[in-house]
Write a protein that binds this ligand. Structure first.
Ligand code: PAD
Ligand code: ZN
Ligand code: ZN
Length: 375
């Protein structure tokens, strides 16, 4: 029996309070309105940014259904939807691509003005929600809310992908891999033969390493306080790995010494102010490029010495690896299917959706790179 046009009751992981475990609830998911799509989520990854929601760094009104790194199948479409149909395999996009705003029309930029990361409204584009639980409206997370068996997203935030793609793998193209890989190849534009430093070797940092390698970097130095991350980082392309805790000197000085005066490209994939400044300081003072990938805690300011930039360094940041989402994700899936890169090294754990709290425990204990939850 078709579910189109009807409210669907299904399970979802609801965050009722910050810093508390998720509770698996039965939620009601309303049908998609005009220009919206209801998706059956098949697999969803746990990203550091979901953890930022749990720890209270995103001020979205609670309760909320987080999750933004996923893949699924279109269940039904609202009026006027033209780019997908029921049964299509799709990836939800936490950075939409409306195609009409000045950012979408800019040849390089990708942070579409319709994104929910700036305002954190926790709603669909029309300002309302499609989820209820125990009679209460539940906020959306970055327009995606993939910790739910069914979710509703705006058409501008969905990419149709190859019907043959394995959803339990390509879900990583919905955030972690694309973010890290694009930060290297698209945002920093890593050059062949260069030396790179990557701070943070979680799922995002490993993807930065993979991007640096694909771009032909000669040296890729991984930096992490958890040495258990080094083996995997070397497997995907890091040529050396160091822990700041093994040195008396500040880590940026260690890296400058290792690279004869500073690395060509550096990346911060942790989300800490001190490491953002260290990553900037470790790149070559006249031409080094440093990219902020990690999402900082809350809206606090950081202080840095402007001389670090006056000498000629470039400091950049990007969401979603600088990729225009709706255009790029189907192409990245095609590249994955053509074996231009692999996602297997990133997937350290696969758990049934109900074990979501175990997945977050694995992240906190530093044991996982990416945990994929399957429905
Ligand atoms: P993760 O928690 O799996 O990885 C973080 C890594 O940093 C871990 O290996 C830690 O051991 C390491 N680490 C922690 N503190 C330090 C320190 N002081 N020095 C060195 N290493 C340290 O997270 P992730 O890989 O999923 O995400 C990393 C960041 O990227 C996080 O802030 C997340 O919010 C952000 C992100 N940004 C975007 C974007 O579009 N810019 C997208 C997705 C994730
Ligand atoms: Zn736009
Ligand atoms: Zn993410």
């Amino acid at each position: 029996m078709s579910t189109a046009g009807k409210v669907i009751k299904c399970k979802a992981a609801v965050l009722w309070e910050i810093k508390k475990p998720f509770s698996i609830e039965e939620v009601e998911v309303a049908p998609p309105k005009a220009h919206e799509i209801r998706i059956k989520i098949v697999a969803t990854g746990i990203c550091g940014s979901d953890d930022h929601m749990v720890s209270g760094h995103f001020s979205i009104r609670l309760p909320v259904i987080p999750g933004h790194e996923a893949a699924g199948i279109v269940e039904s479409i609202g009026e006027g939807v033209t780019t997908v149909k029921p049964g299509d395999k799709v990836i939800p996009l936490f950075t939409p691509q409306c195609g009409e705003c000045r950012v979408c029309k800019h040849p390089e930029a990708n942070f579409c003005l319709k994104n929910d990361l700036s305002m954190l409204r926790g709603t669909m584009q029309d300002g309302t929600t499609r989820f209820t639980c125990r009679g209460k409206p539940i906020s959306h997370f970055l327009g995606t809310s993939t910790f739910s068996e069914y979710t509703v997203v705006d058409e501008m935030a969905v990419a149709k992908i190859d019907a043959a793609s394995p959803l339990e793998k390509v879900c990583l193209l919905s955030c972690g891999f694309t973010t890290g890989y694009g930060s290297a190849v698209k945002v920093a534009k890593v050059t062949p033969g260069s030396t790179c430093a990557v701070f943070g070797l979680g799922g995002v940092g490993l993807s930065v390493v993979m991007g640096c390698k694909a771009a032909g970097a000669a040296r890729i130095i991984g930096v992490d306080i958890n040495k258990d991350k080094f083996k995997k980082a070397k497997e995907v392309g890091a040529t050396e790995c160091i822990s700041p805790q093994d040195f008396k000197k500040p880590i940026h000085e260690v890296l400058k010494e290792m690279s004869n005066g500073g690395v060509d490209f550096s990346f911060e994939a942790i989300g800490r102010h001190d490491t953002m400044v260290a990553a900037l300081a470790c790149c070559q003072e006249a031409y080094g490029v440093s990219v902020i990938v990690g999402v900082p805690p809350g809206s606090h300011n950081l202080s840095m010495n402007p001389m670090l930039l006056l000498s000629g360094r470039t400091w950049k940041g990007a969401i979603f690896g600088g990729f225009k989402s709706k255009d790029s994700v189907p192409k990245l899936v095609d590249d994955f299917m053509a074996k231009k890169f692999t996602l297997d090294p990133l997937i350290s754990h696969v758990l049934p959706f109900e074990k979501i709290n175990e997945g977050f425990d694995l992240l906190h204990s530093g044991k996982s790179f990416r945990t994929i939850l399957t429905f």
